[in-house]
Write a protein that binds this ligand. Structure first.
Ligand SMILES: Cc1ncc(COP(=O)(O)O)c(C=O)c1O
Length: 359
């Protein structure tokens, strides 16, 4: 007899894993918006130091990391939530806030994990199309807020389209949003956004107890293999509830140690952003020279439209045959589009050469 799974399980989509993990040949991995740079030597040393205590459970309160984040961002420790990656915090927020009859509003296309929020809880997902420039349409999102809305998610800059909306527009949006609706501002890529100071959104926390700034060590800090994320919250309520809905010890000891150390090397973060932005300008220029329509990226990846008569699957297969992995738009409902992360200059050259050959 077959196992009988819950209704919830039938609704939850699989996360579209990029693949390329167990390959013999060296692939150019540009499908998951990872950093091409390995962890800093000091971060590696902190991880090695923490190895000796792995016979003990990790600090369940994430005290050192919470303190370091509080010092860095000027947010009280009680308003900081830590997670096994920022996805962990996002999904825990969904569990804490959503249930059948409730609604969650987010833009689409956006981060592929957001549909999980409604599927897992039985809440209704209200998706709002991006505007003509593939940016969040905040006014249209506001119009979808009802008495049933418990959560809105704004991804800025947005994954997969790489575009950003001005913080002033988000401030206006928050002003209009009822205070009982939790607003998660997913800022996984904010350090790559040159149109805004990445710390500028912190000021909004003082005015909006319902606001959550979701950040991660996965992207600019290059620690996605360890899983560490955090949320800076406008009040103490959410961090407490997030800890309640998750298993204890959700952030492992190596991730905690690495994240604390990573925060001490802001200068290196800025240097990495500078390198990535230089690649961004060069890659986008070359993509446009190939006749492709490329979004105005404020992230560590390009979002490009192949244009009439070009088959997305054919291009994906062709790139794969040349050892290059990027993300296809079709699973997000965006046929004919590709998302390509910036790698090292050599990796980007391989991607561009392969694409030019295929087009
Ligand atoms: C918009 C966005 N939010 C959150 C995440 C999750 O990051 P983490 O590795 O911290 O779970 C990603 C990862 O790709 C992302 O693109």
């Amino acid at each position: 007899m077959a196992l009988e799974f819950s209704e919830r399980i039938r609704r939850i989509p699989y996360y579209p894993a990029a693949g390329g993990y167990a390959q013999a040949e060296p692939l150019v991995l540009l499908a998951s918006n990872e950093s091409p740079y390995p962890p800093l030597p000091e971060v590696r040393a902190a991880i090695e130091h923490a190895l000796g205590s792995l016979n003990r459970y990790p600090d369940p309160h994430n005290s050192a990391l919470r303190r370091a984040l509080s010092d860095r961002y000027g947010v009280a420790e009680s308003r900081i939530a830590i997670g096994n990656g920022s996805c962990d915090i996002l999904l825990a927020a969904g569990e804490a806030l959503l249930e059948p009859g409730a609604e969650v509003v987010y833009a689409w296309p956006s981060f592929s994990v957001y549909p999980h929020l409604s599927a897992a809880s039985g809440a209704r997902a209200v998706t709002v199309p991006l505007d003509a420039d593939e940016r969040h349409d905040l006014e249209a999102m506001l119009r979808e807020v009802t008495v049933a809305t418990r959560l809105v998610v704004v991804c800025n800059p947005n994954n997969p389209t790489s575009t950003a909306v001005p913080l002033a527009d988000i401030a206006g949006f928050l002003k209009e949003l009822p205070g009982n609706v939790c607003a998660i501002l997913d800022e996984a890529y904010c350090e790559f956004n040159l149109t805004e100071d990445p710390d500028a959104s912190l000021e909004l926390l003082g005015r909006h107890p319902n606001l959550v700034l979701l950040r991660t060590f996965s992207k600019v800090h290059g620690l996605c293999g360890l899983r560490a994320g955090f949320a800076l919250c406008g009040s103490d309520d959410l961090p407490r509830v997030l800890d309640q809905v998750r298993q204890p010890f959700f952030c492992n000891a190596l991730a905690q140690a690495a994240a604390v150390e990573a925060l001490a090397h802001e200068d290196e973060v800025i240097a990495r952003v500078t390198r990535t932005v230089a690649e961004r300008e060069s890659v986008n220029q070359q993509l446009r020279a190939l006749g492709l329509q490329v979004a105005d990226s404020q992230t560590n990846f390009s979002w490009l439209h192949l244009g009439e008569g070009r088959e997305e699957q054919q291009v994906m297969d062709g790139l794969r045959a040349r050892g290059v992995l990027v993300r296809a738009g079709t699973p997000l409902g965006c046929g004919g589009a590709l998302r390509a992360t910036y790698g090292t200059p050599e990796e980007n050259a391989r991607f561009l050469d392969a694409l030019a050959e295929l087009l």
